[in-house]
Design a protein around this ligand. Structure first.
Ligand code: PLP
Length: 367
């Protein structure tokens, strides 16, 4: 067993889902984004907890993740956001009853042979209204809608994605408007039951696109931002914990770790922690991060190694080997949020969660 673990609070995940649901119009459903191991929280366990909380639609990046959800017993709708990979067997789409994002004629052609015998594969046409990523241009959408129908596929959704929902409300309104005017133009060609969806967490929290059939929250479910937008009551789902392996007293003038980038200025107590960049605790956090020990914030000093880093616990004479260390999460009255670690390492909370979650043993609570 490793010294380190991420604790996943499934009760907090369920509560976040329900809090977000309570702020939506009664007719709007959440497609919960559980791609990338549910942002590091563990695909199957997170999806099952969300299903128990009432989730009926699940978003993944790849078909293989959708198959894993079915094997885990998820019976709700599943949307594969990246479409099929070159190695995927298109027959799995019907076999596992997943819905697939399509962006162009090639995607439709790949699914065409499935139509007919075993039922119609369900697809969501993705339109690029400003994201500059996956999706057809709005002008191509009418032709593709016709092509989907002609191929015998079922158009189960029309969707787009916001590029600036967390930073620019004006631009996001414009992107939404672009999507809505396309919908208005396409309306006569859209089959009954074609779901419209565009909002990610930030847009949801701003109330943009929430009147459509689906919203697609990710980060908000995991209680980690977007900064400044999260409603009171969203709870962080992930914590990362370890324990002190050694504490030592060193004189003033002692270098700590590779490169001696930190040299003690006074007689110091240094705690050695079994956490390093291999555990997702990035080397670039060296000299910038803080951890919680005995309910107090302690600075990480010196260079972070592959499997170790050091915290200055000079003010805390009671710290001993075996003490719990919280790198992410709450200890006593103190808390370190994913947003804060993201700031220290010039990134976003999403990356911290993916990283910590994928590099460490997961322990589930609140089941
Ligand atoms: C990841 C993703 C989301 C969720 O975004 P958050 O910012 O985490 O809410 C929504 N839609 C698509 C297409 C995504 O890939």
């Amino acid at each position: 067993m490793s010294f380190n673990r991420v604790e996943i609070d499934l009760a907090a995940l369920a509560a976040n889902f329900q809090l977000l649901a309570s702020r939506l119009p009664a007719t709007t459903r959440q497609l919960v984004m559980v791609k990338s191991e549910a942002y590091g929280h563990g695909l199957e366990r997170s999806a099952l907890a969300l299903a128990r909380a009432g989730a009926t639609a699940f978003g993944v990046a790849e078909l293989e993740e959708g198959v894993r959800l079915r094997r885990a017993g998820i019976t709700g709708e599943i949307l594969v956001a990246l479409g099929l990979s070159p190695d995927d067997d298109p027959a799995d789409v019907l076999r596992h009853d997943v819905q697939v994002v399509v962006c162009g004629a090639e995607d439709i052609d790949r699914l065409r042979p499935l139509a007919g015998s075993g039922g119609a594969p369900a697809v969501h046409l993705k339109v690029d209204v400003g994201m500059g990523r996956l999706g057809c241009l709005p002008a191509q959408a009418p032709g593709l809608v016709d092509m989907v129908r002609a191929a015998g596929l079922r158009l189960a959704g029309l969707m787009a994605h916001f590029p600036l929902a967390d930073e620019d409300v004006g631009a996001t309104r414009e992107h939404l408007q672009r999507f809505l005017s396309l919908v208005a133009r396409l309306r006569p060609a859209l089959p009954a039951g074609c779901r419209l969806h565009i909002a990610n967490s930030a847009a949801m929290l701003r109330g943009l696109g929430t009147e459509l059939d689906w919203v697609r929250p990710g980060i908000a479910l995991y209680g980690a931002g977007p900064a400044g937008l999260a409603p009171a009551g969203l709870r962080p789902v992930m914590a990362m914990k370890s324990s002190v392996v050694q504490v030592k007293e060193v004189p003033a003038g002692s270098g700590v770790s590779y490169g001696h980038t930190f040299v003690t200025r006074r007689r110091s107590r240094i705690a050695v922690l079994p956490v390093g960049y291999d555990d997702g605790y990035l080397r670039r956090l060296s000299g910038r991060a803080w951890v919680l020990i005995r309910g107090r914030r302690c600075p990480v000093v010196g260079t972070i190694c592959m499997n170790a880093c050091m915290a200055d616990v000079t003010g805390l004479p009671e710290v001993t080997a075996g003490d719990e260390v919280v790198l992410l999460g709450r200890q006593g009255d103190e808390e370190i949020a994913a947003e804060e670690i993201a700031r220290w390492s010039d990134t976003i909370s999403y990356e911290i969660l993916c990283l910590f979650g994928s590099r460490n043993r997961r322990v589930f609570r609140g089941v």
